[in-house]
Ligand binder design. Structure first.
Ligand code: ZN
Length: 317
């Protein structure tokens, strides 16, 4: 594709990022490879919703400015790291999609297999540990993830999405944020059901073979869990030890167990040293003397948990 067409595309996708609320104000930056092998990128401090031809410049692969006004994006090191690690890509879009970023702040992993279409085309979205924006540290930190993924989240910051062209990189960004919205809505409604691990692996292997992906991931298409982390059961942050997911019924069951346990504790306290004190004694506010022994608390909790489990048909139900 000619440079003229690539410039027009970059302006179009920058505007779309803003219109789709994937970034605001001066956030984010885009880049793509030119036929010469140099990099066309957005300049620092420009509003992507109103991006014009004057906001684009050309740098070489070491980051040296070749053409254009102003300075290249402050996140150029990150873009260059992507091209270094992935000779198969031609574009990088960095934005601050709000729901996806909120997942990182809430420490809820998006490296989960929830939507079949997303597992098929994108796999899971990992989160890279926090590093200061625009630094070599951040660029270096994303390198191992770039080799394995086309969509990556950076803790407390934003997304890096790669593709063979700007359209593909933009689609990966949109898909990430759409997945975050659906997942958040499901969580608000009561819980998220993971895909069964066997189905997730089957879909992912099929997707890598049919649609491709990072070469390192494609090479693992026939591995026991394809390129998925422990078949989507080893994710961090979601605190979900059960691959079938924590649904509303499980949440409600846990709420009942905790409520029952609290009632038992109240009963135990009422029957303990406090109840036997003279009425004139001031109410105890805290301290071991006002509570039953720790073993009694533990026994009460264990009794309630066992009672709830047996009422539900046993562990794992
Ligand atoms: Zn950023």
């Amino acid at each position: 594709m000619h440079e003229r067409q690539l410039r027009e595309q970059m302006i179009r996708f920058a505007h779309l990022c803003y219109e789709r609320r994937l970034l605001v104000a001066m956030d984010g930056n885009l880049s793509c490879l030119l036929p010469s092998g140099d990099v066309l990128c957005t300049k620092a401090g420009c509003h992507k919703g109103f991006l014009t031809e004057d906001d684009l410049l050309v740098v070489d692969r070491s980051g040296r400015k070749l053409r254009g006004n102003g300075q290249p994006t402050s996140e150029l090191l990150m873009h260059l790291a992507c091209y270094d690690e992935r000779p198969d890509i031609g574009a990088v879009v960095h934005a601050h999609p709000p729901i996806s970023v909120a997942f990182t702040i809430a420490n809820v992993s998006m490296a989960r297999c929830v939507l079949p279409e997303v597992v098929l085309t994108l796999g899971v979205v990992p989160t890279v540990d926090y590093a200061t924006t625009g630094t070599q540290t951040l660029a270096d930190r994303i390198r191992p993830f770039v080799r394995q993924h086309d969509a990556i989240l950076m803790d407390r910051h934003g997304a890096v999405c790669l593709g063979k062209d700007l359209l593909t990189a933009f689609c990966n960004l949109e898909t990430m944020e759409h997945t975050a919205l659906i997942t958040k809505t499901a969580r608000d409604l009561g819980g998220v059901k993971e895909l069964p691990p066997a189905e997730a692996v089957k879909l992912r292997a099929l997707g890598l073979k049919r649609y491709g992906g990072p070469p390192d991931a494609v090479a693992r298409a026939d591995a026991p869990t394809a390129d998925l982390p422990s078949a989507c059961t080893g994710c961090s942050g979601c605190a979900n030890p059960d691959p079938s997911g924590v649904g509303p019924s499980a949440n409600l069951r846990m709420a009942r167990v905790v409520t029952q346990a609290l009632h038992s504790l109240q009963d135990a306290v009422a029957a303990g040293p406090i109840a036997s004190r003279p009425a004139a004694a001031p109410p105890a506010r805290s301290g071991a003397a006002a509570l039953p022994p720790a073993s009694a608390i533990e026994d009460a909790l264990v009794d309630e948990v066992l009672r709830a489990i047996s009422a539900q048909g046993g562990p794992g139900h």
